[in-house]
Design a protein around this ligand. Structure first.
Ligand SMILES: CC(C)(COP(=O)(O)OP(=O)(O)OC[C@H]1O[C@@H](n2cnc3c(N)ncnc32)[C@H](O)[C@@H]1OP(=O)(O)O)[C@@H](O)C(=O)NCCC(=O)NCCS
Length: 163
């Protein structure tokens, strides 16, 4: 397993992992799978804004997971804050790939002079909460019933790492 910056060729793999989470989980509150065009535009926006995207790739070249830093807010005063994403393929979870994808992300945030990384996480997503806690993120907020998916209200916790 190797972690490296993503390229255009990785986008179908990134999309497939995200869309599985859309269809089957409350890790994201999207309801409909996204298109490849949408993911290409997302990637190009990241490149343009110097926001990193990493992939974990198996020996056979398959994308097993990905992570990214995203713009938190457009207003200038928020420019030192970023929000992260990390997704691992359903059949590869629980094997340490999420952990592998976090280190370069935090390093990339430091290199860019960012100050705070936020992670917005469904309150029942123990894997993500534990993953972030193990990298020093602390819970700073709990929003009750701000999400609705699969016929139920969902709470979101925010965890934060100050760099
Ligand atoms: C959350 C996610 C990225 C974690 O990646 P992963 O490769 O499965 O996790 P790892 O094997 O690296 O384990 C990381 C930590 O999570 C814990 N963990 C993993 N799976 C878990 C589970 N099902 N329940 C509880 N804890 C779990 C591990 O014990 C480990 O904790 P530790 O560092 O305290 O030992 C992955 O499960 C995933 O993609 N889930 C669906 C998408 C998602 O939730 N993304 C995050 C949105 S905020």
């Amino acid at each position: 397993m190797k972690v490296r910056p993503a390229t255009h060729d990785d986008l179908p793999g990134i999309l497939e992992i995200y869309n599985e989470a859309v269809r089957n989980t409350t890790a994201t509150y999207d309801y409909e799978p996204r298109t490849l065009e949408h993911r290409i535009a997302w990637f190009e926006d990241h490149v343009k804004n110097n926001l990193p995207v990493f992939v974990a790739v198996n020996d056979d070249g398959r994308v097993a997971g990905w992570s990214a830093l995203n713009r938190y807010h457009d207003r200038k005063g928020y420019r030192f804050t970023t929000e992260n994403s990390v997704y691992v393929a359903a059949d590869q979870r629980g094997r340490g790939i999420g952990r592998l994808l976090m280190n370069p992300l935090i390093e990339a945030a430091r290199e860019r002079g960012l100050h705070a990384i936020l992670a917005g996480i469904d309150a029942q997503n123990q894997a993500s909460i534990r993953l972030h806690a193990s990298f020093g993120f602390v819970k700073v907020a709990h929003f009750k019933q701000v999400g609705f998916k699969f016929d139920r209200w969902l709470d979101v916790v925010y965890m934060e790492l100050l760099l």
